[in-house]
Write a protein that binds this ligand. Structure first.
Ligand code: FMN
Ligand code: MN
Length: 483
């Protein structure tokens, strides 16, 4: 089922018992704190904060909306019970089809236009924007956001998720990492001495949002990609100020421009980042001058702050990333049986591949591909390859492989000078200072050595046939239907 907006998704989640409303929380630290603790509870539902301190009832913040496998499955219309590698397999099936763009459809009006403020009427503090973490330098309205821009050379629209801090009634910032598409586009306007038109959406369908934060190739319009994924075009209105396409059912939209560097700047950050640290600190960034605010009645901020938790599924981002890497590996390396990007290692920092070794050097070939591929190369610290009897999404399996099939003396290579970021916490101060953004990467082959794998001691684990036969005969009686 394709959702047209955040509310459709919330309604369905509620029907499935996957939504919980919290009233009376403070926008300062309480919404962030409750969200963080929620990640320590297994299968925590989506959280809807209402009656937030200092704000009218109905002005809401939603968090934990894709932080458990079931909600991710709901957003992408995948089997609800699938988790781990099974869910990655489901994603891979979705994206294996040949891409054919589904263009958005322009409509005259939509719920997002229920309230429109322009000029002096603009006040971006109208919304209950959280201060998420204790050491944050301010309030971030854009975490689960979508930033829309148009490439002035090609006319192609880009949608990306870049964090957005609010500073004054009509002043915000949008932090774009060097090289991300939003950054490439704004620089094209700036090179001509112009401001970059931009629309920032807070609150929309989670599938569209997931497309915004995935590395879709430059030149592909994320609206068209999301339309293809869900098999139905996105309805958009044309922004009054920017002419940009804006989802007609978005919750909150700021339209305006990113001023060129050398004009007005403001201090951005620090912000609790996805690596789990405050690594990039604060620095002056060009301002986002907000010229118009549109919002639905009873608007909802979609919140996706980086946080920690035992059961954090990390916005489903890891499962999507694993599926994209797997899909690409399949085109280049045979025998891949699974890819996992463990949430505990904070997303891109670790990639695990399982494969059926077919020839000498096969496992290393897969590792080498992963270490250089766009989706997996960025700030990657560890690439681990395991045999096909190891489920890469199962910690116990992976630890077992590392502990028993890996000889550190001969199974680990270290790559140096790899693609990194200011957000890498272990980037030393001197390298940070001179912007030498590189890291080293450990490449670990935790597979039975290929040339004597058939002599490798046999595993004690029961065969698949025996285990299935036991489940069939004894599952109900002994294990209470757990299998
Ligand atoms: C919750 C969340 C917050 C993010 N914040 C930022 C950010 O502040 N700056 C940034 O450059 N990328 C950020 N990203 C990563 C980008 O969204 C991602 O690189 C995406 O591919 C960008 O779109 P693009 O490929 O069109 O540039 C964030 C991702 C997520 C899931
Ligand atoms: Mn893009």
């Amino acid at each position: 089922m394709a959702f047209d907006d955040l509310r459709g998704f919330m309604k369905r989640a509620d029907e499935l018992g996957l939504l919980k409303t919290v009233e009376g929380a403070d926008w300062s630290l309480e919404i962030g704190g409750i969200t963080e603790l929620g990640l320590d509870a297994p299968d925590m539902p989506m959280l809807v904060f209402d009656k937030i301190k200092d704000y009218p009832a109905g002005y809401r913040v939603v968090t934990n909306f894709l932080n458990i496998p079931k909600l991710v499955a709901l957003a992408f219309d995948l089997p609800l019970e699938d988790r781990g590698i099974d869910q990655v397999r489901g994603f891979r099936d979705l994206i294996q089809r040949e891409f054919s763009p589904v263009r958005p459809v322009e409509v005259k009006t939509g719920p997002v236009m229920e309230n429109v403020h322009v000029g002096d009427d603009v006040d971006i503090f109208e919304f209950p924007t959280p201060k998420w973490h204790e050491r944050d330098g301010g309030r971030y309205i854009g975490t689960g956001s979508m930033v829309i821009q148009r490439d002035p050379d090609t006319g192609v629209v880009n949608v990306g998720t870049y964090r957005s801090q609010i500073h004054d009634k009509n002043v915000a910032t949008v932090y774009m990492s060097p090289g991300k598409h939003g950054d490439v586009i704004r620089r094209k306007y700036w090179a001509k001495g112009q401001s970059c038109p931009v629309a920032v959406v807070m609150g929309g369908d989670p599938l569209l949002w997931s497309t915004a934060h995935s590395a879709i190739p430059l030149g592909v319009d994320e609206f068209e990609y999301a339309g293809w994924l869900r098999g139905k075009p996105i309805e958009v209105i044309k922004g009054e100020i920017t002419g940009l396409p804006i989802p007609a059912a978005a919750e909150i939209v700021f339209e305006g421009e990113l001023l060129p560097p050398g004009t007005e700047t403001v201090e951005e950050g620090p912000f609790g980042e996805w690596t789990g640290y405050y690594a990039s600190g604060s620095r002056h960034e060009p301002i986002f001058k907000v010229k118009s605010v549109m919002h639905r009645n009873d608007p909802i901020i979609l919140g996706a702050p980086p946080q920690f938790g035992t059961y954090d599924y990390w916005f489903g981002k890891n499962a999507i990333r694993a599926a994209i890497i797997w899909n690409e590996l399949d085109k280049n390396v045979p025998g891949v049986k699974g890819v996992w990007v463990p949430t505990e290692a904070r997303g891109p920092l670790m990639v695990i591949v399982s494969l059926e070794q077919k020839y000498a050097g096969h496992a290393k070939q897969a590792a080498n591909f992963v270490s250089g591929y766009y989706q997996s190369a960025f700030v990657c610290r560890w690439v681990i390859v395991v045999d096909d009897d190891i489920d890469p999404s199962n910690h116990a399996d992976v630890y077992w492989a590392l502990a028993t099939r890996c000889d550190p003396d001969s199974s680990i290579d270290i790559l140096r000078g790899c693609w990194s970021s200011l957000l890498d916490p272990i980037l030393p101060p001197d390298k940070r200072e001179r912007r030498e953004l590189t890291n080293s990467m450990g490449v670990v082959v935790a597979c039975k050595p290929f040339y004597w794998k058939d002599q490798f001691p046999r595993s004690v684990r029961g065969s698949a046939e025996l285990r299935n036969a036991i489940k069939e005969k004894w599952g109900k009686k002994v294990f209470d239907g757990a299998f």
